[in-house]
Design a binder for this molecule. Sequence first.
Ligand code: CP
Length: 290
Amino acid sequence: MKNLTTLKELDLEEITHLLDRAEAFKQGEKKSYANCVFANLFFEPSTRTQNSFIMAQKKLGIQDINLNPEASSIKKGETLYDTVKTFEAIGVSGVVIRASEVRYYEELVGKLNIPVLNGGDGAGDHPTQSLLDLMTIREEFGRLEGLKVLILGDIRFSRVAKTNIEVMRRLGMEVFICAPEPLKDPAYDYIDCNEAFAKVDVAMLLRVQHERHEHRMNMTQEEYLTSYGLNKTRYAEMQEHAIIMHPAPFNRGWEIDGDLVESPKSRIFKQMENGVYVRMAVIERALDHA
Ligand code: CP
């Protein structure tokens, strides 16, 4: 059963193969899974992940069911496990799940006959986001190994940061991390943000996840942008070839100056475009090895 719960369980060959398949779909390769239905179970809000999974399903000829948790029996106390078993029983071919519990998938894996694709587990992992990030970087530079990446901002609450730091280091990329004190995860070493922008190939900004903070940071928007975000001064310091990435949604004026979201160095909307093809590759892997 080819679940995709975390990239840690994929070796580098499998990761490269997924990126190659995503690129093939982007170049126009067609594949069709008639009679397949996927259920998308999003218990946390999502615009990009849920809808690009839906788009990927449609491009692969797959029908989609999208659970509205507010109108489901979750509201009567039904568990995640019983909900997913219900979708398995009614005949879906796979499920995509986003939930706030870190490693929610552990209660599912091994107990289902359909694949589970992780659309994000709390502050744990976001495997398809990392794959689309890697695809975007590889498209830009033609390689991954040896590139210097700065990941900057809300490291503590970011599943994107955690997944990317692990997989990028495994791929031979040099990852620099910068965060304000309250948003640091003690698992990592940090550098001074001021030194970082001029030397990296990729600056990856992270959304300040206000909704996950018990208390708002003791910092104004302007202070945050100047100290821990990308403003126009830092943009000007970046190398000619360097690019900006952000998983989005972005807080314009917090981690990124609003004018820079669509600047020449920005690949933010390219990331979203690539998300569809990466999710096609992940669904293909799940269904072809079911
Ligand atoms: N990047 C990302 O996961 O966006 P959504 O929360 O909109 O899915």
